[in-house]
Each structure stands twice: as structure tokens, then as C-alpha cells.
Design a protein around this ligand. Sequence first.
Ligand code: PLP
Length: 411
Amino acid sequence: MSSASLSPVLKQATPVVVDHASGSWIHGTDGRRYLDFTTGIGVTSTGHCHPDVVAAAQEQCAKIIHAQYTTVMHQPLLRLTEKLGEHLPDGIDSVFYANSGSEAVEAAVRLARMATRRQYIVTVQRGFHGRTVAAASLTSAGTKFSAGFGPLMAGVATTPFPDALRLGLSEDEAVDYALKEFDYLLGTRIHPDELAAVLIEPVLGDGGYLAVPPAYLAGLRERTRRHGALLVLDEVQAGVGRTGRFWGHQHTDGLVPDVIITAKGIASGFPISAIAAPEAIMAKAWPGSQGGTYGGNAVAAAAGVATLEVIEREGLVENARVRGAQLLDGLRAGLDGVDEICDIRGTGLMLAVEFGDPTANAGSPDSAEAVRLAGAVQRACIDEDLLTLTCGPIGAIVRIIPPLTVTADEV
Ligand code: PLP
């Protein structure tokens, strides 16, 4: 017998051990109550332990917990598909389920390659798509996600993000620059006929809550269509109301992607993820190529249905927009003139405060002091009973991601 302990890789950013949680609040075993503006990294969308989500999960547990979905179908998954369909763009009518964001990203990549019979997936710099080997291969938001366990998946290329702040350009100029770089990539390293898909988050999550300019997304849409490739949107963090629209890509007027990936906020903390695409595309996957033992778990799916119902009934997409604007205004007013801060930004309830010099905040030694500052601010927030996230490897950023249920007072 050994006395086991948690792996050293599970190093917590805060000293908090949760006893229980409710709404926006975590109650620690230290007897303190913390305002949770981390939401388990954007997961507990309806707040902790929303009574409707708890009831749906409890009820489902007593009916059936697990039925493997390629063997026996269960009702919660059918209901979740129906509910999700109410929010999907016209024509995106087929849904496949997995457990985590990374697995769904992998499913989307497999689908894109099978549907187009092409190999290359293009992602943007600072993008984050997960930690499985394939998802890490598609992630460039910091070397800690993929260094040291290569070789990574082949057939991936990265193109610059239209990052106006770091490029020192206007948004229009940054979009122009980034689209030219994309065209150059397709004219040099990759032949357009080899491009299977462009994979991008509508708001970069672990890349520091940078919103993708609508003109860039529209430019990628036009180019993928022209080259016979798919536009795959990773809505794992930005989707399901988080940005003040149901999908993050809805900030770009009229944009219809080919594949949408969702997870996190869709089931308030139960592990379930999905990809959605037109059935004609989805049908191109070989039987047996997609799926897994636990995919689309019945309890998680029931929690997902309850989550979507709560989001609709309580008007949480609108709440995310209004409370996000309130928080952004407050941060800007309160932090105005602080020399160490270079940017305060937000899309709905994805907000970020960035420290230091943005042109140096890309892992250069100059950014070490700014990274230290962001960490110090996060610790100071804990002293004030407020939990926030940081974004260290790529920039000195404090991220704020409250539940969609957050109230004006809590903000
Ligand atoms: N894609 C995005 C945009 C994410 O933010 C994340 C996780 O943070 C993932 C994919 C990976 O999801 P998971 O951690 O559930 O595998």
C-alpha cells in the first residue's frame, strides 16, 4: 500500500479547497466565501449547482446513468439535440457528441479531413484547442501546451492573428495584414487543394480573450468557401451565451460556419461536448471513426437540456451582454491611468486586463515583470475573496469569466 497524493502537475493557482458552491459563490473548507469569476474556466454557465440543473441530473441518475450511444440511444441526448438545434444556424442540422472540448476538436478535425479528403488544418497564432496530442498540435497559445512530448500531429499550419494591439496597427490594418499572410501561406507552404479546414475560436480563450475581428472571420469564410475547405469554429469557450450572443461567431453578421464545436458552458459542469455540421458533411465520416465509450453521457445530456432551458428562461444571453458591459465599464473607469496596464477588453462575460508592453508580452524576457504583476493581482484578488484566472505563458493577463447568472451587485 502506498500513500498516494495528487500529481505535481496538478498545481493549483489558488489555495482554495471547495466545500460547496452555489450561484456565483464558492465556499471553501477554510470557512471563507469566494466570488467565483473563473467558473471552472468558463464551464458553470448557470452558476454553481443551479437547482434546475441539479434536479435534472438527480432525476436522470435514477433512470439511467450510462448507455453507450452507438449501442443504445437514450432520451436526454435526443432532447439535447432538439434543444441545441433551436440555436444552430439554418442548415447545421446534425450533431455528434463527445465528453470534452479536446475530443470534440479532434472529432471536427477527423471530420474535416474525411469530408474534404485533404490534410491541412490551418489555425491562428495564440489559438487554444486543447491538450490531447492532436488538440495540442493545433494549439499555439504558449509552448507549455505542446512542448516536450512531440512529435505532434502533422498537417497543421499556423497563420498570424490580426492582433492590432501587438502589431501596433488599427483593426482594419491588422485584418488586412492577417488575410494577406493567410493568402501567402496558401500560396507557398500549402497548396489550396490541400486545405481541409481553418479552425479558429471566435474569441481567443487561453490566448487572452482577444475577439476575432468580424472582417477577418468573414475573410476566412470567403476564402475557405473559395478553396473548397471547411470553416470550423471552436466555440468551446465563447459559445452558449458567454459573449452576449448565443454563439461567439454571431458577432460577425451573416456568418455561417461549416462546423461548430461546443462544450464547457453547455451543461453547467457536466462533461459533454458536441460538434454540429450539415448532415451532408457529417455523413462523410466513416462509421466507427467517431465516438467513444462515454460520449454523450445521459446525466450530462440531461444537465445540458436543463442548462439550455435555464439560459432561455432566465434570459442569460442578454444578462451576459449587459453585465459584461457593466463590468467592462467599471474596470475601465477604476483602472484608468494605471501605467502598468496596457489593455482592458471584453466581449460579453469574457474580460481581460493585460499588463506590461503588449509588443513584449509574447514570452520575451521583458514580459517577466508583467507576468509577475498579473499573478500578484490574482493573489490580491483572492485576499479580497475574488477568484480570477491568469493567462501567463503568452501574455501577462488577468482573465475574468463570471457565470452568465452574475448579478449587478456581484459585478
Ligand atoms: N477549445 C477551447 C477554445 C478551449 O477553451 C478549450 C479548453 O479550455 C478546449 C478547446 C479544450 O477543452 P477541454 O479542456 O474540455 O478538453
